[in-house]
Write a protein that binds this ligand. Structure first.
Ligand code: MN
Length: 228
């Protein structure tokens, strides 16, 4: 038995301070998880249940590679996010057990074709083409939780060409990381290798070709991406 075509490459992320790679299974993203961002997008953040969308695992951009400005948009937005990588999985995980599934953390960008997403919202259509396009998820090396410890309160910010555009703290998440893992595991069975982009704070805006994006979460390796 052989594959009829060459099997696709396994998506994987660099690990900070290691030659090993973290293999990626699925990439989940949380929508509107900071109150001020929910308001800037025209929504009431008063704890409506979390909701999720996905990006393909091969949309990840690693190793400080440039991100090509994508086709079919003239309104590409940056969303800086804390990313959680899972070493364990399961369904219906209690909040109290959710942190035990975490392998590590990374700084990521949920790049968004806002015009495409806006049209999908208006038409009641899926968000996939607004969110899950090629190379839509630049991400920095993962740090194992065995080295960082649990991260619950840390500054998160994004600079574009040296100017602060987004700034907040993880303690402002509407749904905490364990609450998010627990809720998501009631919708799908989670597994080792899954990533969760935990949502972006306020200050999302358009970027253009030539912009340099510099993302940060306290205690993690910064993310540096150039749009080309
Ligand atoms: Mn996002």
């Amino acid at each position: 038995m052989a594959y009829a075509i060459t099997p696709p490459a396994q998506a994987a992320l660099p690990i900070a301070g290691s030659e090993d790679l973290f293999p990626v299974r699925r990439v989940y993203c949380v929508g509107r998880n900071y109150a001020a961002h929910a308001r800037e997008m025209g929504h009431d953040p008063d704890r409506e249940p979390p909701f999720f969308f996905m990006k393909p695992a091969d949309a990840l951009v690693t190793g400080g590679a440039d991100m090509p400005y994508p086709p079919a948009t003239s309104d590409l937005h940056h969303e800086i996010e804390m990313v959680v990588a899972l070493k364990g999985g399961g369904a219906n995980i209690p909040v109290e057990a959710a942190n035990d599934l975490i392998w590590g953390y990374a700084v990521g960008l949920d790049m968004t074709r806002r015009d495409v997403q806006g049209e999908a919202k208006k038409m009641g259509r899926p968000w996939d083409m607004g969110k899950g396009f090629d190379k839509s998820a630049p991400i920095a090396p993962i740090h194992p939780i065995t080295e960082t410890g649990l991260i619950e309160s840390a500054d998160i910010w994004l600079e574009v060409n040296g100017t602060k555009r987004q700034t907040s703290n993880l303690n402002a998440l509407i749904w905490s990381i364990p609450e998010t893992i627990s809720y998501l595991s009631g919708l799908v069975e989670l597994a080792p290798g899954d990533l969760i982009f935990t949502g972006t704070p306020e200050g999302v805006a358009a970027c253009v070709k030539g912009d340099v994006l510099h993302g940060h979460v306290d205690g993690l390796t910064d993310l540096n991406v150039k749009l080309v």
